[in-house]
Design a protein around this ligand. Structure first.
Ligand code: XMP
Length: 312
């Protein structure tokens, strides 16, 4: 049985041994929020929580994240790095390259802040599936999770990962124990919407995927409120495939959105959610009605394995 109180006490005691300041990258997801909370219990204002607005976030995300951390006993900094990320991602379509660029930029920003603040440590919300799937040793690299495989080898900060051996269900238990609202929120990848746009990340594509993810979340959340079981994770993916359609009387040639919804326990394996057709239809109609340049919606019916949850 996982003992939340004992885990928190042990982690707080360990973190209290750190000398001086630490920075933590927070995304508003359950993993980094739990580490920030535990970190704040140990270090108080010596912990600097940094939220990087990469421009790769969902609708309303930055405001939601700010609200969580402005209330905690730590120092909270929000960095607007939208332009920097978009510039570096320009022309890049290889998924691993995208992940590495994002990881590198994150670290560059943290190092900059850590230096300014005089911090020596970087706390991270890495959990077991992140490093297992990022490879190393005898393991194959499935994908470089941005908080693991995307890190440069010459990183100056000492990395501390209190949740390294835990799985998501255990992290959620910690979040509930700590009374954090994010306990039930669905996972969102570190590289954000960049891995939900297949191919190059552009402003136009970001705008489309942001709206599409929002529609998928809104419609599924509505059904969950009415009693449907909450899937583990649900979102949209923008495909670089264009196809022919009709808008009014005119020929259209637009993008394709894939809907992805999966059920899982630890994200190591997952099965696609058997969403009702009526709900899929509602989502499809809203996406094609509300988002310009999208005229086709498909549903991803693959399990993990052989697919992964995110497409990149
Ligand atoms: P995959 O796509 O590998 O995802 O089946 C497993 C779970 O991890 C999330 N994910 C990430 N989380 N940094 C993260 O913190 C990342 O780079 C990353 N990539 C994927 C994914 O959303 C799923 O919940």
């Amino acid at each position: 049985m996982f003992d939340e109180a004992a885990f928190i006490k042990k982690s707080v005691d360990e973190l209290k041994k750190l000398e001086g300041k630490a920075v933590i990258a927070v995304s508003g997801g359950v993993d980094s929020t739990v580490v920030a909370k535990i970190g704040s219990m140990a270090l108080g204002k010596n912990l600097i929580a940094v939220y990087v607005d990469t421009g790769l976030m969902r609708i309303g995300e930055s405001l939601r994240v700010s609200k969580i951390f402005e209330k905690m006993d730590l120092k909270f900094l929000k960095v607007d790095a939208k332009e920097e990320f978009l510039k570096e991602l320009k022309g890049v379509s290889n998924p691993e390259k995208k992940r590495k660029i994002i990881g590198r930029l994150f670290i560059k920003i943290f190092e900059r802040i850590a230096e300014k603040e005089g911090a020596k440590y970087l706390l991270q919300g890495t959990i077991a599936p992140d490093w297992i799937e990022s490879g190393g040793g005898l393991r194959d690299t499935i994908k470089s999770h941005h908080n693991v495989g995307g890190l440069p080898l010459n990183i100056k900060l000492k990395i501390i990962e209190p949740l390294r051996d835990l799985y998501k269900d255990e992290v959620r238990k910690l979040a509930r124990f700590l009374n954090l609202k994010v306990a039930e929120s669905q996972p969102f990848p570190g590289p954000g919407l960049a891995v939900r746009i297949i191919g190059e990340v552009t402003e136009e594509r970001l705008d489309i995927i942001r709206k599409a993810c929002n529609i998928v979340e809104e419609e599924i959340d509505k059904e969950v409120k009415k009693g449907m079981e909450k899937p583990w994770q649900y979102f949209a993916v923008l495909l670089p495939v264009k196809s022919v359609g009709i808008h009014g009387d005119a020929r259209a040639y637009g993008y394709t959105i894939a809907i992805r919804s999966v059920d899982s326990i630890d994200a190591m394996t997952a099965s696609f959610t058997k969403l009702p057709y009526s709900l899929l239809e509602k989502i499809s109609i809203r996406i094609t009605d509300e988002i310009k340049n999208v005229n086709r919606v498909v549903y991803d019916i693959t399990n993990k394995p052989p697919a992964t949850i995110e497409w990149e």
